[in-house]
Write a protein that binds this ligand. Structure first.
Ligand SMILES: N[C@@H]1[C@@H](O)[C@H](O)[C@@H](COP(=O)(O)O)O[C@@H]1O
Length: 245
């Protein structure tokens, strides 16, 4: 595992943006695995900026997103499809047909999970997967207790995850109870993984990721076995490393 510690969120975003841009320069038909949440927002801004400067071209790029809320239509203000369109896809020259996100409104969710896993195998695996981390160690929406062997599946969100994401909704009742997510094993298919964490809120999760054992109660710990994992964390998120080790 490689660890890059930055002074702040802006520097973290720049670093992540640079790594993705260099992947695109290396292979113009790259497959990117993308994540939602507030952490990658700065990275997406960086990607848009370098695109606007003419440094990158997304004509042949494909993207695979990790997850989507169950029950939200693509244009719902909190759907992950809308998030990705607004923060990245609408601002670059990617072909919308090359952007893949699970369908949280599918009539048959079990079939949707199977379909999405096939998409990962056909389009992917991603050359590079961007990941955030939940305060409880979740990746995508793989909550504590998820099997490390899991493929794309439907999850019931834990109260703590619903609470953490409630800030984006008007009321707690509106926060979806379920999501479709790539499984831990699906995530592991990526050739390279970059996990971002910023701020004090993530410090305990980063401490546990670095010092803890591989344990299904802490989904991010599965990544310790990945062949190419880079953590990009800012000082605040790294604050408990070294201290309590
Ligand atoms: N499904 C997403 C995760 O992919 C993300 O990593 C996590 C952390 O979000 P944030 O970056 O806003 O802290 O939130 C959600 O639960």
């Amino acid at each position: 595992m490689e660890i890059i510690v930055t002074n702040n969120y802006e520097e973290l975003s720049r670093k992540a943006g640079e790594i993705i841009d260099s992947q695109l320069k290396k292979d113009s038909a790259s497959v990117l695995g993308l994540a939602t949440g507030s952490t990658p927002l700065g990275t997406y801004k960086e990607l848009v900026m370098s695109y606007e400067k003419g440094e990158t071209d997304y004509s042949f790029v494909s993207t695979l997103n990790l997850d989507e809320y169950v029950g939200l239509s693509p244009d719902h203000h909190q759907s992950y499809r809308r998030f990705m369109n607004e923060h990245l896809f609408d601002q670059i020259n990617i072909q919308k047909g090359n952007t893949y996100i699970p369908d949280g409104k599918a009539d048959n969710l079990a079939e949707e999970c199977e379909r999405y896993e096939q998409v990962i195998d056909e389009i992917g695996p991603p050359d590079l997967q961007l990941l955030g981390i939940g305060e409880n160690g979740h990746i995508g929406f793989n909550e504590p207790g998820t099997s490390f062997e899991s493929g794309t599946h439907v999850v019931e969100l834990t109260p703590s995850t619903r609470q953490a994401n409630a800030r984006f909704f008007d009321t707690m009742e509106e926060v979806p109870t379920h999501a479709v997510t790539m499984g831990v094993q699906s995530i592991h298919k990526s050739k390279k993984i970059i996990l971002l964490a910023s701020g004090k809120r993530k410090a305990e999760a980063i401490r546990q990721l670095i010092y803890g054992e591989r344990d299904e109660q802490f989904p991010a710990s599965s990544l310790k076995e990945h062949r190419d994992l880079t953590l990009i964390v800012d000082r605040e998120a790294y604050a408990l490393v070294n201290e309590k080790g």
